[in-house]
Design a protein around this ligand. Structure first.
Ligand code: NDP
Length: 286
């Protein structure tokens, strides 16, 4: 079974590369942005013709949330046209598409976990392009799994955990917002969940399971709580101050609350999702 991974050098892509050896029954083909530009339909067709994947995991994306506010065309190209191209070639080659979306499709006005049927209402360009990317796939075909996730971190690439560790090495004091609530997601846990979806799909082929799913680790916290736990686990003593979002203005508005309800993915694929603190402890952060 051939699994193509786009955006292979991003943090999810690298996490998939990290766990690939645990699944000898799967033949992975990892494509970086220079091997496969998802915004180029001919490039997608050429790769699919060569490797004929059974599954395509789209780990490629434009993820610069604040920069997207001033680069909407670029964000749109990568987050909407890219997934649309992949859906088109998946349809042509009878492949299943696994695409990653985000909690930022929601406006954060709820105070109980978001489920897959809640109405999206993005507050910024990034969230809007990710939502439009979901819709672009849905307009092409039905053989997709769209997995919305949140607050992704790992030992790979750029993420909040690595930023906190870097800042702690440069400063004596750090201020972090404590009024945005969500759930951190270890990219390696997300990568394993994607593989479980593929294995289940391959074992029991059915069109019933295609659709939109939430995945994050379990539990919830603020960015301040997340930072506090990162420093605790890494034995870092630092003056960490909680601040309101109003004291840390950013170009893109973020949802105040974006905890995701994982009932659907748990019951469909029998996943055992780890608590975020436990998963953070197991991360090799150095
Ligand atoms: P990264 O930013 O770490 O990686 C994205 C990758 O996409 C990079 O390797 C980049 O390559 C590649 N890429 C960009 N443009 C193209 C292109 N035109 N063709 C092919 N590849 C391209 O993202 P993450 O791994 O963190 O995110 C994975 C998914 O999870 C994304 O869909 C994201 O929207 C979603 N997500 C992420 C969250 C987070 O906190 N990070 C939160 C919620 C959802 P290059 O560097 O060469 O440009």
């Amino acid at each position: 079974m051939v699994v193509l991974v786009t955006g292979a050098n991003g943090q999810l892509g690298q996490s998939l590369q990290f766990i690939a050896k645990n699944y000898p029954e799967l033949h992975f083909v990892f494509c970086s942005s220079s091997d496969l530009d998802i915004t180029n339909l001919e490039s997608c067709q050429a790769v699919f013709l060569k490797i004929k994947p059974n599954y395509c995991i789209n780990a490629a994306a434009y993820t610069a949330v604040d920069k997207a506010e001033s680069e909407p065309e670029k964000a749109n190209l990568i987050n909407v046209i890219g997934p649309k191209n992949l859906a088109a070639v998946c349809k042509e080659f009878s492949s299943v598409l696994l695409h990653i979306s985000t909690d930022f499709v929601f406006d954060g006005s709820k105070n109980i976990p978001y489920n897959e049927t809640d109405i999206p209402n993005p507050t910024g360009v990034y969230g809007q392009t990710k939502l439009d990317g979901e819709k672009a796939i849905q307009a092409v075909f039905e053989n997709y799994y769209i997995i919305r996730t949140s607050w992704v971190y790992s030992q790979f690439g750029n993420n909040f955990m690595k930023t906190m560790l870097r800042l702690a090495s440069e400063r004596d004091s750090i201020s972090v917002v404590n009024d945005q609530i969500g759930t951190p997601t270890n990219a390696v846990d997300l990568a394993n969940a994607l593989i479980q979806i593929i294995l289940t799909d391959n074992r029991q082929p059915t069109t019933d399971n295609f659709g939109v799913y939430n995945f994050s680790n379990e539990g919830q916290c603020s960015w301040y709580d997340f930072a506090k736990e990162i420093f605790k686990i890494n034995n870092i003593k630092i003056d960490l101050k909680p601040i309101p979002t109003s004291s840390f203005p950013t170009p893109a508005k973020r949802p105040k609350y974006s905890v995701l309800d994982k009932t659907k993915i748990n019951s469909t694929f029998g996943l055992e999702i780890k608590n975020w603190e436990l998963s953070l402890k197991r991360t090799n952060s150095i």
